[in-house]
Design a protein around this ligand. Sequence first.
Ligand code: CP3
Length: 358
Amino acid sequence: MGNLDDSLFIRTLNRQKTERTPIWLLRQAGRYQPEYRAIREKVDFLTLCKTPQLAAQVTTFACDQLETDAAIIFADILLPLEPLGAGLRFAKGDGPVIDHPVADEASLARLVDFSCDEHLHFVAEAIEIFVRERPRMPLIGFAGAPFTLASYLIEGGSSRSFDKTKTFMYRRPDLFESLMQRLTLITIDYLQMQQKAGAHCLMLFDSWVGALDRYDFARHVEPHATKIIAAVNAMRIPSIYFGTATGGMLDLMSATKATCIGVDWRSDLSQAWRMIGHDRAVQGNLEPLTLLADKDVIVDKVQAVLDQSQMRPGHIFNLGHGIMKETDPDKARYLVDLVKELSTRKIEELSRSGQGAR
Ligand code: CP3
């Protein structure tokens, strides 16, 4: 297993001075690619996730085609909900469906104990294949954070307002706490498996945690996220903690001690970084719909994100959320090339003028 501490991606997570800004894209393997859609015509989504050879292939294809500075293993945050006994399906057009949602003490008690090594081993195998085939490419392993997983379990699928989740949390804080504790242990087990298989960095997706206020985040979420990040820190690899609509709680997310905090497009990156603290790396935060615009718009908005980063060491360029399925793959590649070129130029200029953080 190679140590990639000398790669641009890991050096940036460690906030070292670099020659340019690294980039990868959230959901860089997916339906915007004709090659991905061709595979999906033959196998359904869960089969794709559970077939290590295919999962590794789509992972490799995305980073090769885009020439990103990191890859993310092809999987899904909801995969652990299946062995948990919640009944996971991906219905056409409707997104994920949980057949046995958690609503009370009885449905909570029906959840099953399982080991990731036994039931999610296909993810470890996909990681092993990828690392063997692309030994110089940093690979991100990932898991859903307890709150976001709990929201799918309680809502029974995707939601806009998370009414059921919040109502459950307020009415039965005891049961909510026990669910969060259980999901925390599963997440640690799942991330440990991925690190052992060869992942170089681990990312925690708390996509919907921005639905909470600061009080509820601090009370119901932060202790669990902190425990998971502590477990990753003990593995001695970098962690990324990501959520959307979290502009009001970035300082609390940073308190988990994650190496890097993901920032969505709603925040100004320079304000966000100040709130997170300059002793952390940040990842983000181009509005994903920008990739549907003309190239001159993309240039302007990439410039704005790079300017907001002030070219401080520790910025990983990314979209503020997943790439849209309507995106032209050539535009995604254009973005990657553009960030490499513009950030190289900005850092050269800074070092010539002897100013700034470089
Ligand atoms: O390239 C990558 O980024 C790696 C793969 C990846 C997927 N899901 C593949 C996927 C990652 C990192 C995820 C994480 C994930 N899954 C999150 C957190 C990130 C985020 O976007 O906030 C969440 C909330 C999920 C849950 C999930 N999975 C939903 C809501 C859906 C339906 C989405 C939709 O637009 O239909 C999925 C399915 C899914 N996961 C797809 C992919 C490529 C599309 C499935 C298909 O091929 O039909």
